[in-house]
Write a protein that binds this ligand. Structure first.
Ligand code: XMP
Length: 514
């Protein structure tokens, strides 16, 4: 049986990070809302309680019945989790005199405690809380302190229960990964058998059982998630998978053909549909960004459905939904704020069941699975690309000519990025989360070319670093690279006479311009 760690989410922004850290230990974990602990699941080997935006004293603070798991499997409370355990088990939590935020160093650690095995004496930890624990439950003992926080960590002497007020999951806790390893591997007894290879093997097996002889349809986008999903399904059911790749005319330069070739090379059964004329016709004259998105979304569903209907007796719709798309992150009111589907709007009467084999994976795990299946490295490392494509990177209305101009500029930019090797030997493209060019077609500026005055559009370049696209920072691209790209775009792309670099982070900006 596959072992798993349950992470109960009390709404902290770093809950997903806890999940990633556990997965890095080759251990399967599920992040569940704080009140959804799966009783009677024998595969659970440990529980982690996350932080929370609440104080334990807030009337609306999230409550959980600890007896569901405390004393049954090892438990680790982090931040709010630690305070909640103290608060409900006879300790005390009070408002801290000053908010404890940021870097701190452990002054004292009980090196004999299994949670701190291998810890350095003054290990750096990351604090982020407004309350502090002023008394711990009777059966507990303190196992680490900082200068300001006496109960930085405590443990029960009677049951397998640990609690830390700092955040071991964040990068700034220098030995945080070690602490989690001590908990997950040594204390909970993880056999560390969750790997890309084991995932492929067990998922292919499960898909065969789940799908039997049924036919499956999948919408390909050229992106990593849908491509890995298709390859996995192809391995499980071969030709009974039919993939549909819609060209809406706003893909990157030569993208449709390149991606179709790559898919055929992977042995996928793909139908390519060139629907660009329909999309261009429906978008003509439309300038409002939301309106553009709506039209593209609607047209996409229409084209996809028309193709899907041609496939007789299809029973399933497969989607490359990944874990961050579906984690029920809690907002402060306790409502689920994120629900997501890659392809929506399939008519009810199609009666297709959903098949989402990547639904438990983080993005980096999807890439590892792709690699494990021998997919080409360039396909696996592709930057994310928005569904509406270049339409959200052209300000104002869309015409085939504007798309052509942007495709040329974008192609120069991305090719240069793929060819630029950084001093550390890594290709620049691989350091960047996502990059693309934006055509500022509602703006014109004066320039001079040869002896002639020009009055043309600027192109903005965007490149960001990120881990999940929720937040992003503009990438510090090398100046010589920017100079080369700017020259090449202005010299080669008719209709563009100026290149700018977007230095906005998200928030408050977004990655895309529209
Ligand atoms: P923003 O612009 O919101 O983008 O910072 C975050 C991430 O989502 C991608 N994106 C989209 N993907 N359909 C998609 O499939 C869309 O309408 C869409 N809008 C943005 C964007 O490229 C980035 O990776």
């Amino acid at each position: 049986m596959q072992q798993k760690i349950i992470i109960l989410d009390f709404g902290s922004q770093t809950t997903q990070l806890i999940g990633r850290r556990v997965r890095e230990l080759d251990t399967f974990c599920e992040i569940l809302p704080y009140n959804k602990f799966p009783n009677d699941d024998p595969s659970v080997i440990g529980v982690i309680l996350s932080g929370s935006p609440f104080s334990v004293h807030d009337p609306e603070a999230f409550q959980v019945d600890l007896s569901q798991f405390v004393g049954k499997v090892p438990v680790l409370g982090i931040c709010y989790g630690a305070q909640y355990i103290s608060h409900t088990c006879g300790g005390r939590v009070e408002r801290a005199d000053s908010r404890e935020y940021g870097r701190a160093h452990l002054e004292w650690v009980d090196a004999g405690n299994p949670l701190f095995k291998g810890f350095d004496e003054h290990s750096q930890v990351w604090m982020s809380h407004g309350d502090t624990i002023t008394a711990i439950p009777d059966d507990c003992k303190v196992i680490a302190s900082t200068a300001n926080v006496r109960y930085a960590a405590y443990a029960s002497t009677t049951q397998p229960l640990w609690a830390v007020q700092f955040h071991p999951e964040v990068f700034h806790s220098s030995q945080g990964s070690l602490l989690l390893k001590n908990f997950v591997v040594d204390i909970c007894g993880s056999r560390q058998q969750w790997s890309a290879a084991s995932f492929v093997e067990s998922t292919v097996q499960e898909l065969r059982e789940q799908l039997g002889n049924d036919r499956v349809i999948l919408g390909l986008s050229g992106g990593v998630d849908s491509s890995v999903c298709a390859t996995l399904l192809n391995r499980a059911i071969g030709d009974r998978l039919t993939c549909i790749f819609v060209d809406h005319g706003m893909l990157r330069k030569n993208e449709f053909n390149k991606v179709m070739d790559a898919y055929k090379g992977l042995g996928l059964n793909v139908i390519g549909v060139d629907a660009s004329a329909k999309f261009f016709a429906d978008l003509a004259g439309v300038t409002d960004p939301e309106q553009k998105r709506k039209i593209i979304g609607r047209d996409f569903v229409e084209v996809f459905n028309a193709e899907a209907h041609k496939i007789q007796d299809a029973r399933w719709l497969a989607q490359g939904t990944i874990y961050p798309d579906r984690i029920e992150s809690l907002n402060i009111t306790g409502k689920t704020i994120k629900s997501h589907h890659n392809v929506g709007g399939l008519p009810e009467e199609m009666h297709l069941k959903l098949c989402e084999p990547l639904q438990w994976l983080f993005k980096d795990e999807v890439r590892r699975v792709g690699r494990e299946m021998g997919m080409p490295e360039r396909l696996i490392k592709r930057h994310p690309f928005p569904g509406p494509g270049l339409a959200v990177r052209i300000l104002g209305d869309i015409t085939p000519e504007k798309v052509r101009i942007l495709q040329e500029a974008d192609d120069i930019y991305i090719e240069a990025m793929l060819n630029y090797v950084c001093p550390d030997g890594e290709v620049l493209y691989d350091k960047i989360w996502q990059a693309g060019a934006i055509l500022l077609s509602t703006v014109r500026s004066v320039g001079v070319m040869g002896d002639e005055r020009t009055y043309e559009h600027p192109v903005a370049l965007r490149a960001v670093t990120s881990t999940d696209a929720m937040t992003a920072d503009w990438a510090h691209l090398p100046y010589d690279f920017m100079a080369q790209v700017s020259n090449e775009i202005i010299n080669k792309v008719r209709g563009v006479n100026r290149v700018c670099y977007d230095i906005s982070s998200k928030p408050p900006a977004t990655i895309e311009w529209e």
